[in-house]
Design a protein. Structure first.
Ligand SMILES: [Fe+2]
Length: 439
């Protein structure tokens, strides 16, 4: 690195782990002033200070450090990691990835009867493991207790800063903020908060983006690029040309039919209860499929969740599917008007609306929504608008285009995943190419 720096007359900067998390959240947002929270399993700040939780303030193009907590004061990330492995026997890393989300889904089905035990996790975890083995119901109760313990600890620490520094806007980053249920309760639990912005890449993959932005804005003093949607776009992957799509398809001539098509025809298939995978534009950064590498289906169908979980995603029956909803429609369908462009926040679906979209309402009446913005996702916004004309519902089921593997990236990945699952159609929307299977 020194050789390259010398040759190019460059300079070397190294920023704290949590500072980089927080910077990505704040500089992606459109807030001029916000409290910035970074919370995760572990990281070092400048001077190798270990932490799991930091508080900063964002003001214009600058970030001001407020407080660093030591790992013992905020062990949520560590306890989720260890609980997922030890209590629930699930994966927390390669090759199957982090399955903390599965534990979060279980929590909605349980009663938080064991919250106290989590306060002394190091002493009590053998007891928690024993309880979780008794029955599925008890396993769900332990998950609900972990969820409640985490919410209580997080909100108790955060409240003082929000109120003391008088913030209405909050930016969140770090792996713990993938807990969309906890984030969904923020405004209820700390009533001063009016607007939430979640980092589209809150886990450690976002650190490179956050570091670059901190250097550009805070160190070099460049102005914010706010409200252009360029600052907000998660569609950072490369785009694929029509020739690349056709070339990939040509290798599977004996397995697929290919025809030219349009959105209207694809929407008819969805209305006909078919499962359609869509592919186009650059892939999404972050964990969630946001319309460019997505599996879409009809949320009105009460059996569609089980069909997709069993036939396509091969995952547990209690895992929810998420809705993508036109941004303007959020107040009509959800109790909270909070937007969620990166599918990071679970909030309550209005009681009277729940029966209209049974496939995307979780057991606790919430849904982890993607609010679809016209400027950020023009094709997807238009597609759901046309769906509303057909169905009267401005919402589609949107789950990531994959089956127990990373989300598909290339046209070839897409075709292979399509062929090995029971997805009915594959639609390359940039080029109006619809793919079906030869039976
Ligand atoms: Fe981190």
């Amino acid at each position: 690195m020194n050789q390259i720096l010398t040759k190019n007359k460059g300079e070397y900067y190294e920023f704290g782990h949590h500072l980089a998390h927080g910077a990505n959240a704040f500089y992606t947002s459109n807030f001029d002033r916000a409290l910035i929270v970074a919370i995760d399993g572990f990281g070092n700040e400048e001077g190798k200070v270990p932490t799991t939780f930091t508080i900063d303030e964002g003001l214009g193009n600058k970030i001001k450090r407020i407080q660093i907590f030591n790992p013992n004061q905020m062990p949520i990330g560590r306890i989720w990691n260890l609980s997922t492995k030890w209590i629930f026997g699930l994966s927390v890393g390669p090759p199957h990835g982090g399955q903390e989300g599965t534990v979060m889904a279980m929590a909605a089905l349980g009663e938080p009867k064991y919250t106290e035990l989590f306060k002394e996790f190091d002493k009590n975890h053998p007891e928690l493991i024993r309880i979780a083995k008794i029955s599925e119901k008890e396993k769900f109760n332990v998950a609900a207790s972990l969820q409640e313990y985490s919410e209580n600890l997080f909100f108790a620490h955060l409240k003082n800063f929000v109120n003391g520094l008088k913030h209405e806007n909050i930016c969140l980053s770090g792996g713990v903020t993938l807990n969309c249920v906890m984030i969904g309760k923020l405004k209820q639990r700390i009533t001063r908060i009016k607007n939430i912005f979640c980092d589209p890449v809150p886990y450690d993959a976002g650190l490179a983006l956050g570091s670059a932005r901190y250097l550009w804005h805070h160190i070099l003093g460049n102005k914010r690029i706010s409200k252009t949607y360029l600052n907000m776009s998660p569609y950072l992957g490369r785009k694929y040309a029509k020739s690349e799509v056709l070339k990939s398809l040509s290798a599977f001539k004996d397995k697929v039919f290919v025809k030219n098509s349009k959105d209207d025809e694809v929407l008819e298939k969805i209305a006909d209860q078919k499962i359609v995978a869509v592919f186009g534009g650059g892939s999404e950064s972050g964990r969630r499929a946001l319309g460019n590498r997505s599996i879409l289906a009809d949320p009105r169908n009460p059996t569609m969740k089980d069909t997709i979980n069993q036939k396509v995603k091969h995952r547990a029956w209690y895992r929810p599917l998420a809705p993508s909803i036109l941004e303007e429609e959020v107040p009509e369908w959800f109790e909270d008007t909070q937007l969620s462009p990166y599918m990071s926040i679970a909030t309550k679906v209005k009681k009277e609306k729940q029966k209209l979209i049974p496939a995307v309402v979780h057991f606790d009446g919430t849904a982890r929504l993607q609010s679809v913005n016209k400027n950020l996702s023009p094709w997807f916004y238009g597609f759901i608008s046309k769906w509303k004309d057909i169905s009267g519902i401005p919402i589609l089921i949107n789950t990531s285009f994959n089956d127990n593997e990373p989300i598909v990236e290339t046209p070839l990945d897409a075709i292979k995943c399509f062929l090995k699952t029971q997805i009915d159609y594959l639609y390359f929307f940039d080029f109006g190419i619809l793919v079906a299977k030869r039976s």
